[in-house]
Design a protein around this ligand. Structure first.
Ligand SMILES: Nc1ncnc2c1ncn2[C@@H]1O[C@H](COP(=O)(O)OP(=O)(O)OP(=O)(O)O)[C@@H](O)[C@H]1O
Length: 290
């Protein structure tokens, strides 16, 4: 079990995170917040690349900073941008990293072969990475993070730059990997984690606002989300009165999904809130990039 206890992080006089408390068991955790909310800062502390200004992070009851190498032995990490050599094949690259990690050649060769199969790159195992798509590179990134069969796998914005098909493949891979370990994946894209995360962690105002299942988080705005048809010339007024979540044009009219605390009007259709609704509502004052 990994526990974050009263962790705050300051950069000079700027506070990035304030009194963060979290517990991780097995499964997929989606760290979901807009850019700049502090996801990378939290991840860097969980990977010991940054130290908390106050508070501590414990793995199996021991401070991860004191565990040092013993903690890194159980940790796999894919940073937002990971360095690889375009001229290398994935096999050569992974064998090189395995050697750095101290794996003997025979074990490393077997492990690399196994991992390339797992991330479905076995057919290009001996092709140079310079021609790989973004999704293929990310899968190499996952394979490198999995070299030591980590108990904790941390992926920082792993789906950035992936096309929709690659995202689906990626989600399936993550679900496979999460069986016996903690997988923490940060993103600002709701659909990346909505279907695969056992729990979603949302950071707001430097603190953990929610850490719960998707359905429990969606309950928070139950009964507040509706859809209705609005005439074009009334849409500007409507937007001022209600918080518009999404809009689409059809047959010369606007269909609006929106959130309000007002009692329902008779031509409004109550709908089940989804995580995207919660996200938009929570971060409405912040620059949301989706
Ligand atoms: N080394 C640093 N010095 C000063 N401020 C920093 C430093 N690192 C991060 N910050 C600030 O801390 C806040 C959180 O940054 P962080 O990178 O953790 O956000 P994020 O949610 O991961 O966003 P992104 O996905 O864009 O990286 C931001 O306001 C950022 O400017």
């Amino acid at each position: 079990m990994l526990v974050v206890q009263h962790v705050s992080k300051n950069f000079g006089s700027f506070q990035a995170l304030n009194d963060v408390n979290l517990e991780f068991h097995h499964g997929v955790y989606g760290l979901l917040a807009p850019n700049g909310a502090g996801k990378t800062t939290l991840i860097k502390m969980l990977t010991t690349l940054l130290f908390p200004t106050s508070g501590e992070i414990l793995y199996e009851g021991e401070d991860i900073i004191k565990l040092d190498e013993r903690y890194r032995d159980v940790l796999g990490y894919l940073p937002q941008e990971f360095g690889y050599y375009k001229q290398y094949t994935p096999t050569k690259y992974l064998l090189y990293l395995a050697a750095l990690k101290g794996l003997d050649r025979k074990t490393a060769t077997a492990r690399v072969e196994e991992l390339l199969k797992l991330v479905a790159l076995d057919d290009v195992a001996h092709k140079k990475m310079k021609k790989f798509s973004g999704g293929m590179i990310q899968r190499v990134g996952i394979a490198q993070a999995m070299l030591n069969d980590p108990k904790i796998l941390i992926l920082d914005e792993p789906t950035a730059g992936l096309d929709p098909k690659e995202r689906v493949r990626f989600r399936n891979l993550i679900t496979d990997l999460a069986r016996n370990r903690i997988v923490l994946l940060s993103t600002h894209i709701v659909s990346d984690v909505e279907s695969i995360a056992n729990e979603i962690i949302m950071i707001k105002d430097k603190q953990v606002l929610y850490k719960d299942t998707v359905s429990n988080i969606c309950q928070k705005i139950k009964g507040l989300v509706y859809e209705t048809e609005v005439a074009f010339d009334e849409i500007a007024t409507f937007r001022k009165a209600y918080f518009s979540l999404s809009e689409k044009q059809e047959n010369g009219n606007m269909y609006v999904r929106f959130l309000t605390h007002e009692p329902a009007h008779k031509h409004w259709k109550a709908v089940t809130p989804n995580l995207e609704d919660v996200f938009l509502h929570l971060y409405q004052d912040e620059a949301v990039q989706v």
